[in-house]
Ligand binder design. Structure first.
Ligand SMILES: N=CN[C@@H](CCC(=O)O)C(=O)O
Ligand SMILES: [Zn+2]
Length: 411
């Protein structure tokens, strides 16, 4: 099966050589070809160039993209889309004056989602999750990381991870799974944190390894959740089971979680709404990428991750949704890209780089995803007719996507 896309107004993120991530100044450049074509064979990008270089129109399917922009699908490197029910009551409680912290302290928040998930069957959880996944695929997401962390018992954490595994098998979208047992202290272990850490280390992780259910290990490293010592224990245990760390850090408080994550070779550190100079220093020269989650800042009215500070220090930055029921009930990467430009003062070029190639890096898949490169997976967004690529973040809230191709097939 071959698909030829012709007359593309502008083809974005064209990289002849296989760049794995972009840092600092490099993020300012978004290589493009105007009046371009793109040829897909089966699930792979095989050729692209200027229309005048196109020698044959022969293909099983020809899509005319006159007036339209073509770019790689979004790579959403931080989500919690496998969850049960929702938390719209807490949303109203926050409008009426309670804080995210107040709600958590009253037994709501993550523990509320955990209770719902524990009482939901694996099949029902799968159905609810794929409903969200299908929606975000239509919004242009072609690769996604999904975390556990709303189970908080061995059975329920495994239930979440099995749902992720099933999604991975059933859907063309690229999926990476992360074990986030250390998301909150479950009620049953309220007075016994050590007991819960032991449970994760001695029971959950070996089972996860046995069933090959995760690639990454995550910890909510935050005051009132897991401190540096807890985080280090879980990271070390995860690494022993072959899981690379990707850590929730600096969401509300900065107290050294970034340096710790870097020391352990974390692939990413995510959130970073609170950021100190020493955090920036810790990231320099490392292979760890910072991941900003602007929809979470928007929804919780907390500070935005200081993207300028990170990029201007020469560091790489990725953008992701954080899609979850408590802090970000949205998986829309288009909104993330817009919000990054509007609120974090990222240029459209930086934001698109952060949401494609750098997002892929933050999932460990940038050798296969995140750019228009010969040999990479054919995961493609075709927009509606738009004046320029700047229009995509500019027209926030508008759906500019007409067609999404994942693994070479229109979805
Ligand atoms: N901060 C920790 N975890 C999620 C939110 C969890 C929740 O409120 O359900 C996040 O990334 O924002
Ligand atoms: Zn998160």
């Amino acid at each position: 099966m071959t698909t030829l896309i012709t007359n593309i107004k502008e083809l974005l993120q064209v990289r002849d050589t296989n760049v794995l991530k972009l840092s600092g100044e490099e993020m300012k450049t978004l290589p493009t070809i105007k009046n371009a074509f793109l040829l897909i064979k089966h699930d792979t990008i095989v050729e692209y160039g200027k229309m005048e270089e196109l020698t044959s129109l022969e293909a099983d399917q020809v899509i005319d993209a006159t007036g339209k922009i073509v770019l790689p699908t979004w790579c959403d490197s931080h989500t919690h889309i496998v969850y049960a029910g929702n938390r719209e009551q807490e949303f109203v409680d926050r409008i009426n004056g309670l804080s995210y912290e107040d709600i958590a302290n009253r037994g709501g928040g993550i523990l509320n989602s955990a209770e719902k998930l524990q009482n939901t069957s694996e099949d029902e959880l799968y159905e609810q999750s794929i409903h969200r996944l299908k929606h975000v695929m239509k919004l242009g997401t072609g690769a996604i990381e999904i975390k556990s962390g709303y189970g908080l018992t061995t059975d329920s954490e495994l239930k979440m991870l099995r749902v992720i595994k099933r999604i991975k098998k059933e859907f063309p979208v690229k999926v990476k799974a992360t074990f986030l047992g250390a998301h909150a202290l479950p009620k049953a272990y309220k007075e016994d944190k050590k007991g819960y850490l032991d449970l994760m280390i001695n029971e959950m992780l070996p089972k996860i390894k046995e069933e090959n259910l995760a690639h990454y290990v995550d910890v909510f490293c935050e005051k009132g959740y897991f401190d540096l010592e807890d985080t280090e224990r879980i990271i070390e245990a995860g690494k022993k089971h072959g899981l690379t760390p990707k850590i929730h850090v600096n969401q509300f408080n900065a107290f050294g979680g970034i340096a710790l994550s870097v020391k352990h070779g974390a692939l990413s550190v995510d959130h970073l709404e609170e950021l100190k100079d020493e955090d920036i220093e810790a990231l320099k020269g490392s292979k760890t990428i910072a991941v900003a989650l602007p929809s979470c800042s928007y929804f919780l009215s907390i500070p935005y991750t200081p993207a300028r500070k990170i990029i201007d220090a020469g560091l790489p930055l990725a953008l992701a949704t954080d899609y979850n029921p408590g802090s970000t009930p949205s998986g829309n990467m288009n909104f993330v890209v817009s919000t990054a430009c509007i609120k974090m003062k990222m240029t459209p070029e930086e934001a698109i780089n952060a949401a494609t190639i750098n997002g892929a890096y933050a999932m460990g898949i940038s050798n296969e995803y995140g750019s228009i490169t010969r040999g990479k997976k054919a995961n493609i967004i075709i927009t509606k007719p738009v004046p320029s690529y700047n229009y995509l973040p500019y027209s926030f809230g508008e759906n500019n996507i007409e067609t999404v191709i994942i693994n070479g097939e229109v979805i």
